[in-house]
Each structure stands twice: as structure tokens, then as C-alpha cells.
Design a protein. Structure first.
Length: 204
């Protein structure tokens, strides 16, 4: 039996990413987001109008998308209720958001330079995608942002060789109904699986 329900947000399971953007004054900002997907050489993001990330991408037209793993979930939660906007919107004030000028310091993240964009990257994230903004499509209270991938960098600790990730070493952080979780076991591979899997080891 199924029952129809109504929810404001349906986070049934998405990877957690740290969206790093830069203001026109050079200030770096981090926005934890969980609405993203990739298609060939593009990434599509869902970003709220109320955050500093949206304003930054409007002006600088670039970002780094840092893919978090399960080790840093508590660091992310430290900055979850902060905003890089000094003027906090009414809705965010009601939810308890506070202004933070340096989310790298608050979250305990290490800032490293990117290779193909000016926006900083986050050392603690094993995968980062450097992008430029191609299109911004405003919706009711958020924007769908289409980004073109400039470059992809992966920590060598999770690589099998120069181009393939060892999925037994990669444990992405997932946002499941507003709870942090991760993958616990490999159930099988799609017929188009192209990475590396050591069949003698269980997935982390």
C-alpha cells in the first residue's frame, strides 16, 4: 500500500558538495549544497537566491565544486547555519542563520588555489570540479545554474591509476532526508561502470 504525502523538500539522497565562490572584493565563500547533477562536461546546480553564492556567481561567473567525503561531515555542519551575506534575509533570520566572514576558518577547511579559475578550492575534499557559469535560470526562490567543467582534480589517495577512481577508497557524503550518511556496501555495478573496483575488498 502507498500513501500520498506532502513535503516542502524531498532530500531522498544526494551527494553533499561544498560550493566555493568568490566575491568581487576577493572574499572566498563556502556554501554547502545538495542539489547537483552532472551530464558530460556540465554540472547543474540548484542554488538559493538568499545566499552569497548566488550573488558571487552572478558577478564572477565561476566556482569550484568540492565533493565531500564522509570524514568531514561535522566540519560542514559547523558552517551549515551561516551565510556570507552581511545582510541576512528575513527567512534565514527566522531559521537562525548568522553571518560569517570566513567559513574556511570556522569549518576548519584548508584553502588551496585552483588551476583554471580564481576561486579557491578545499583541500579536505578528495574531488573538486572547477567550472565557469554558462547559464542562470531563476525559479521561484532559487536558480538553476548550468556550469561548464574546466577541469577535474582527484586526490591520489583514491585513484587506481591516472584516470580511474578506486571506488573501494571513495566514500562520498550523502544528504538523506537531512541526515548525513554515506555508502556502506557495493551491491553491484552498472553495465557502464568504468572505474576500478578491487573485488577482494569490500567498499568502505
Amino acid at each position: 500500500m502507498f500513501k500520498q504525502i506532502h513535503k516542502d523538500s524531498l532530500y531522498y539522497g544526494f551527494p553533499v558538495t561544498l560550493l566555493a565562490t568568490q566575491s568581487i572584493d576577493g572574499t572566498d565563500n563556502i556554501s554547502p549544497i545538495s542539489s547537483s547533477w552532472t551530464l558530460n562536461n556540465h554540472v547543474v546546480l540548484g542554488v538559493s537566491f538568499e545566499g552569497q553564492a548566488y550573488q558571487n556567481m552572478l558577478t564572477t561567473k565561476e566556482a569550484t565544486i568540492n565533493i565531500a567525503d564522509s570524514k568531514i561531515w561535522s566540519n560542514i555542519e559547523r558552517i551549515a547555519r551561516t551565510t556570507g551575506k552581511s545582510h541576512i534575509d528575513r527567512n534565514k533570520k527566522m531559521m537562525g542563520y548568522q553571518y560569517c566572514s570566513d567559513k574556511f576558518q570556522l569549518g576548519g577547511f584548508s584553502k588551496i588555489p585552483s588551476a583554471t579559475v580564481k576561486t579557491a578550492a578545499i583541500r579536505e575534499c578528495p574531488i573538486r570540479i572547477e567550472v565557469i557559469i554558462e547559464n542562470i535560470a531563476p525559479q521561484d526562490d532559487f536558480a538553476i545554474i548550468i556550469c561548464k567543467i574546466k577541469s577535474i582534480f582527484v586526490d591520489t589517495s583514491i585513484l587506481h591509476d591516472n584516470n580511474h577512481i578506486d571506488v573501494t577508497k571513495w566514500q562520498p557524503l550523502l544528504y538523506q532526508f537531512r541526515s548525513y550518511t554515506t555508502t556502506s556496501a557495493s551491491l553491484g555495478q552498472n553495465f557502464r561502470f568504468e572505474e576500478y573496483l578491487d573485488a577482494t575488498k569490500p567498499a568502505n
